[in-house]
Write a protein that binds this ligand. Structure first.
Ligand SMILES: Cc1cc2nc3c(=O)[nH]c(=O)nc-3n(C[C@H](O)[C@H](O)[C@H](O)COP(=O)(O)O)c2cc1C
Length: 188
């Protein structure tokens, strides 16, 4: 699949087949990710790949994070939602937790974050080319100390995204976008 085909086919994917993602495929995605542009070559990104037993630990962290957002986590609706979060995470074959260095210098901090998210975008497109579905998520889970323990978050870094990966259950239709022409000014 060429780069354009992968870019146009990429769509956030929620539902995966159960088979694991081979480590060699995950390594190819990470190798592609670190080719992202990066001002001053600071290489601010770090990645933690969750497969195998770590998936259960991550699903448990997600479950308790979700439970804390309900006033009464034992209420039937809450319990159902919490169980769904747990199940969805257990049924995801792999996650890549993306971390980024947090510089004291605000310019460096912004550029490093941008580079890390460009690396993440490259990873998502590379995954599509591998036949994998992905879902990038952010949110409060990124501040969760149990997650930091699980991934061994290095000092001076933060979690900036968590990518779900697996072979899609069914192909996802790419979501609509406004035509680029509407967002573009041509100065000639
Ligand atoms: C920086 C960033 C953070 C995101 N965080 C979340 C998230 O926390 N939860 C979520 O459901 N989707 C999240 N998404 C995925 C978007 O919702 C998704 O890309 C959007 O709905 C467009 O769908 P598509 O990826 O299939 O084109 C995030 C995307 C980006 C770029």
């Amino acid at each position: 699949m060429d780069a354009f085909a992968a870019i146009f086919a990429r769509a956030s994917t929620r539902s995966f087949r159960p088979e694991p993602v081979p480590r060699s495929a995950l390594e190819r995605l990470l190798a592609a990710a670190v080719r992202a542009p990066n001002h001053k070559l600071t290489e601010p990104w770090r990645f933690a790949v969750l497969t195998g037993e770590s998936l259960r630990r991550y699903a448990e962290i997600r479950r308790s994070h979700r439970a804390r957002r309900f006033e009464d986590p034992d209420a039937p609706e809450a319990a159902k939602a919490i169980a769904k979060t747990y199940r969805e995470h257990l049924e995801t074959p792999a996650f890549i937790v993306v971390m980024c260095a947090v510089s004291d210098d605000p310019v460096r901090r912004e550029e490093d974050y941008a580079a890390t998210m460009m690396a993440t975008a490259t990873l998502l497109v590379a995954a599509t080319a591998e036949g994998l579905g992905t879902y990038l998520r952010t949110g409060g889970i990124m501040e969760e100390p149990a997650l930091h323990d699980l991934v061994g978050l290095p000092a001076g870094h933060r979690v900036v995204g968590i990518v779900s990966l697996g072979y899609p259950d069914a192909p996802e239709a790419p979501k609509r976008r406004t035509d680029a022409a509407v967002k573009t000014t041509w100065l000639e």
